[in-house]
Design a protein around this ligand. Structure first.
Ligand SMILES: *Cc1c(COP(=O)(O)O)cnc(C)c1O
Length: 384
């Protein structure tokens, strides 16, 4: 049996070795503390669960949802974008519901990429941008995110002939894994380039509500952005709803229409009961989102304090729930991650698994409670 050439081009799951070692350690009864996965450990708040339960019981929600999403959900997204970002969106044609933003990002290149076309992709980064490009027959061109540039892409290093073949530029701020936040200027530069070379910008804003300093802006708040781009958003991180699978794509009407056409051929919409719960989350969730930030802020404090006493090199994350930590001299990301697991039963993500520029770093997710973070730090103090 032969797999498609496209599938063969997708790199193997890079954390497979760490994952295998983690499972082995668990089977040996080791008390693992995992900073590995970016999946909130705390439950979805009650007011959202209750809204979901009620919606689940309504028979009219039991049929195919179809289309761009329920009217109420799209209106709630428009209201939230206006309130939170000062961005006006038309719920009729500038908003669509997604089965989690990963689903939307994954299908998106199919609408714009032909054989040999290029998508500009940040690295280290969320693997879906590059892999979805490859599965659509395109070619990712990687934009390294380096500490000396504040983990922003250096557009001046991208050759003219690459820009000419570019159909999509992916951006992601606040950034997974580096935790960097983008200022308006980066988005404006990207918009200028998109206009000059006629490509689309897809901004992934999954972490816009996990911030500790200045509130991150929406890409769509930048002048001209809606002419060339869309923003992917998600309720997963903001409301601890990763399991529910709901997100949204918002922005340029033509781009939304194209994504809708692709999706019409792959799925039949987001379960309406989940859209109803998400509607309540967006309408009434500001207070919870703030409480959630306080949880991560306290955890951030404990981990930062701990890593400081260990003498590890890191920047305090201004947003996201990730610490992007330099590995000690003499170790590769992978070797150091393996050592954390073997010697201390601590799982971290090797930065090199998220792209070559991630070499020399590990990522630690704040999805562990304060007591366990303190315990992890005292264990890590013993590794030599
Ligand atoms: C978690 C995450 C998402 C959100 O994924 P969902 O499919 O909405 O759960 C999107 N982008 C990045 C970079 C993420 O880390």
């Amino acid at each position: 049996m032969n797999y498609s050439k496209k599938l063969e081009k997708i790199p193997p799951y890079l954390f497979i070795e760490i994952d295998r070692m983690k499972k082995k350690a668990i089977s040996e009864g080791k008390d693992i503390i995992s900073f590995g996965v970016g999946d909130p450990d705390l439950p979805t708040p009650d007011f959202i669960v209750r809204a979901g339960q009620k919606a689940l019981a309504r028979p009219q929600n039991h049929q195919y949802p179809f289309g761009a999403g329920a009217k109420n959900f799209r209106q709630a997204v428009a209201d939230w974008y206006k309130r939170r970002f000062g961005v006006e969106l038309n719920p009729e044609n500038e908003i669509m519901a997604l089965i989690g933003s990963k689903e939307g990002i994954g299908h998106f290149p199919l609408a714009f990429i032909d054989e040999g076309d290029i998508a500009l992709v940040p690295e280290p980064g969320y693997p879906v941008y590059a892999n979805a490009t490859v599965l659509a027959g395109g070619q990712p061109y990687f934009m390294p995110l380096k500490q000396e540039n504040g983990f922003l892409p250096d557009f001046s290093r991208i050759p003219e002939e690459i820009f000419r073949r570019t159909k999509i530029m992916f951006l992601n701020y606040p950034n997974n894994p580096t935790s960097a936040v983008a200022e308006e200027q980066v988005f404006s530069q990207a918009v200028q380039l998109a206009k000059k070379y006629d490509f689309i910008i897809a901004h992934d804003a999954a972490y816009s509500e996990i911030y500790f300093e200045q509130k991150p802006i929406s890409f769509l708040a930048v002048a001209g952005a809606k002419e060339v781009g869309i923003e992917f958003h998600s309720l997963s991180k903001t409301f601890n709803m990763t399991g529910w699978r709901i997100g949204m794509a918002v922005g340029n009407e033509k781009i939304i229409a194209a994504l809708t056409r692709i999706k019409d051929n792959y799925d039949s919409g987001v379960f309406t009961a989940i859209q109803e719960a998400a509607t309540v989350a967006l309408a009434d969730g500001d207070e919870f989102a703030e409480k959630n930030r306080q949880v991560y802020r306290r955890r951030r404090q404990v981990l930062a304090q701990g890593l400081k006493t260990l003498g590890w090199d890191f920047t305090l994350p201004p947003a996201t729930f990730y610490f992007w930590v330099k590995v000690p001299a003499g170790f590769s990301s992978f070797d150091f991650s393996r050592k954390c697991l073997k010697d201390s039963a601590i799982v971290v993500t090797p930065g090199s698994g998220l792209g070559p520029s991630g070499e020399g770093y590990i990522r630690m997710a704040l999805t562990v409670d304060e007591k366990r973070i303190a315990e992890a730090v005292s264990r890590l103090a013993k590794i030599k």
